[in-house]
Design a protein around this ligand. Structure first.
Ligand SMILES: Cc1cc2nc3c(=O)[nH]c(=O)nc-3n(C[C@H](O)[C@H](O)[C@H](O)COP(=O)(O)OP(=O)(O)OC[C@H]3O[C@@H](n4cnc5c(N)ncnc54)[C@H](O)[C@@H]3O)c2cc1C
Length: 575
């Protein structure tokens, strides 16, 4: 059995930032970060547009209060306002701290950090490193992990949270290289396992975004919060789903339909292309449904609309959004200097997740807290994004709540002993789970079943939702989960058995998908990204509350948790 004071699952921005904070606060602690990828291949590395913070370098009128209001309004008033206040108050400090670590932000001519416009933000407050911001930040954080002597287990797959009597004691992990199983015990376990974009068939997320942390949390009977809120990013590259960053619209790009109209004038006249993502994604789907989408030959009635940057000129495009140009060119052969980029909404971000308080402590229910268990980043729901996240607030959340959670863990483990664990029992269970996957006589292939499941989620729980369609989807997901019992693996070996890992990931996305559908069916209103065609309005009387979904052998049960409101009373959300 391995032992550490702290084990952090996830080497993206949230996990790495937490590890750095713990090491800074108490260099004597033994800290480990485990990731199924290499930490610098975590999805955070792909973040493009930037990180929000009211530094006032470009816009002297900005303030943390304005940032907090924009965030709460963007969340359709479902965010917990105490958590949003901390997020926006601490934003300038965490960004400057990153700068001091050496992150290469883009600069103004006078040398200060540059800031750009972003959807739903009323001021220019998004700091960036061209359109490769996640890359710049994550590389610096991972360098710091090494500098602080954090142990890194890369390419280990964590397959179980050890959780007994409301107490997290460690994890069971599987070394992908050679199939070795290990139990790790720790005084504190932190999940920073990122999002679950792979629940859907078209996503901007990487292949590792399979919601494992959420599934492992649900598997021990803990709740998942607000799972119905799935963010569709308006501008996924047509046919691929890869992200064309919101920074492109931040720099002035137009969204144009088959008639050549900048249609956002109809949906959000004051913000146009920089309306929040839920509103912009719905507008695009409505245009496509109304026959004003575009085909690849340029004719009307097609499946995408155009993102046009031609008026910005080559120099601006190449200096501010070079990566977007590169993606469109590499994947579709489109030269954005001379041609519009075909786009449509793509699954991008999970607002919901593992419920925590503002110290990253995981909740056991609406009122209770677990012992020894922490979470932050996209896997967690603290909740600063409520029903819809604003662009550039996620990297910020990872850094602010990564740091806060790290600090809380450093304090927490000071008073805790290493827990006792029946190592043999957990090893036996893990071995049995793997062996039963390897021994199955079934005929269903993972790729086939995963595609059917992802298509089902996309069709039945997309941008627009209705009761009957979702119910049908839920029935289908349940039946697909049964079929997953008959998945057959070709690879029976122990060396780099990625098929075995994919089989476990399939179990994760299926459980997460069922949680999403069940939570979405329960919320009979439209709020933020959850848009119901059978309940068109927001219903504060019945649904100004968080969803808490609990999974057990008997099925999924839905409870709720009150929303914390401090300074902004809910109003109608208009742009
Ligand atoms: C293309 C793209 C662009 C984006 N651009 C922006 C942007 O400009 N601004 C912004 O604010 N947000 C952006 N976002 C969102 C933001 O990048 C993410 O929400 C954020 O980086 C998530 O960080 P994280 O640390 O929570 O998780 P991740 O960076 O996703 O890391 C998850 C980690 O968990 C590990 N892991 C998961 N499961 C297991 C397991 N079972 N065992 C072991 N390890 C495991 C993975 O290996 C990885 O190390 C973007 C997202 C995408 C997809």
């Amino acid at each position: 059995m391995l032992e550490h004071d702290v084990i952090i699952v996830g080497g993206g921005l949230a996990g790495s930032r937490a590890a750095v904070e713990i090491a800074r606060m108490n260099p004597k602690l033994s800290i480990a970060v485990v990731a199924k990828t290499h930490p610098i291949r975590s999805h955070s590395v792909a973040a493009q547009g930037g990180i929000a913070s009211s530094l006032r370098n470009v816009d002297s009128e900005d303030s943390w209060e304005a940032h907090a209001f924009d965030t709460v309004k963007g969340s359709d008033y479902l965010a917990d306002q105490d958590a949003v206040e901390l997020l926006t108050q601490e934003a300038p400090d965490v960004v400057l701290d990153l700068e001091h670590m050496g992150v290469l932000f883009s600069r103004l001519p006078d040398g200060r950090i540059a800031q750009r416009a972003f959807g739903g933000h009323s001021h220019k407050r998004t700091c960036y490193a061209a359109d490769k911001t996640g890359h710049a930040i994550l590389h610096e954080l991972v360098n710091n992990l090494r500098r602080y002597g954090v142990t890194i287990y890369d390419e280990w797959y964590v397959m179980r949270l050890i959780f007994e009597d409301s107490d997290a004691k460690g994890v069971v992990m599987y070394r992908i290289r050679d199939g070795q199983l290990v139990v790790v015990r720790a005084k504190a376990v932190m999940f920073a396992t990122g999002g679950y974009g792979r629940v859907y068939n078209t996503t901007s997320n990487d292949f590792a975004s399979t919601g494992d942390g959420l599934a492992m949390t649900a598997a021990v009977g803990l709740p998942l919060e607000d799972m119905e809120f799935v963010q569709f990013h308006p501008t996924g590259l047509y046919g691929v789903g890869v992200l064309i960053s919101e920074a492109v619209r931040g720099e002035g790009a137009y969204l144009v339909n088959s008639e050549g109209d900048r249609f956002m004038a109809t949906y959000a006249p004051s913000r146009m292309e920089l309306a929040p993502r839920d509103i912009t994604s719905r507008a695009i789907v409505k245009e496509i449904r109304a026959g004003r989408g575009i085909h690849l030959d340029g004719s009307a009635g097609g499946p995408f609309i155009n993102l046009d940057v031609r008026h910005l000129g080559r120099e601006h495009i190449m200096s501010r959004i070079p990566f977007a140009w590169e993606e469109a060119h590499r994947l579709l052969g489109v030269d954005a200097v001379h041609q519009p980029i075909p786009v449509r909404p793509t699954v991008h971000y999970s607002m919901g997740g593992i419920p925590t308080n503002t110290d990253g402590r995981v909740r056991s229910s609406a009122e209770g807290l677990t012992e020894g268990f922490f979470a932050a980043g996209e896997a967690a729901c603290v909740s600063v994004h409520g029903a819809n996240r604003l662009g550039s607030n996620s990297l910020l959340e990872c850094v602010v709540y990564g740091r806060r959670t790290g600090a809380a863990i450093a304090r927490y483990v000071g008073q805790r002993k290493l827990p006792d664990i029946d190592e043999q029992r957990y090893l036996r269970d893990a071995q049995q789970r793997l062996q039963s996957l390897l021994d199955r006589p079934g005929q269903v292939r993972i790729g086939h079943l995963r595609q059917e499941f992802q298509d089902c989620m996309t069709e039945h729980c997309g941008v627009f939702r209705t009761e009957s369609v979702m119910q049908e989807g839920l029935d289908k997901v349940r039946s697909l989960r049964q079929q997953a019992e008959h998945v057959y693996l070709d690879d029976k070996g122990t060396l780099w058995n990625t098929e075995l890992v994919e089989a476990m990931e399939l179990q994760s996305i299926m459980l997460v998908g069922e949680m999403i559908l069940t939570s979405a069916l329960n919320r009979q209103e439209s709020r933020g990204s959850h848009s119901r065609e059978d309940y068109l309005n927001r219903d504060d009387e019945r649904f100004l509350q968080h969803t808490m979904a609990y999974s057990s052998a008997a099925g999924i049960e839905i409870g709720d948790r009150p929303v914390t409101i401090t300074r902004f009373q809910p109003q109608e959300r208009k742009y």
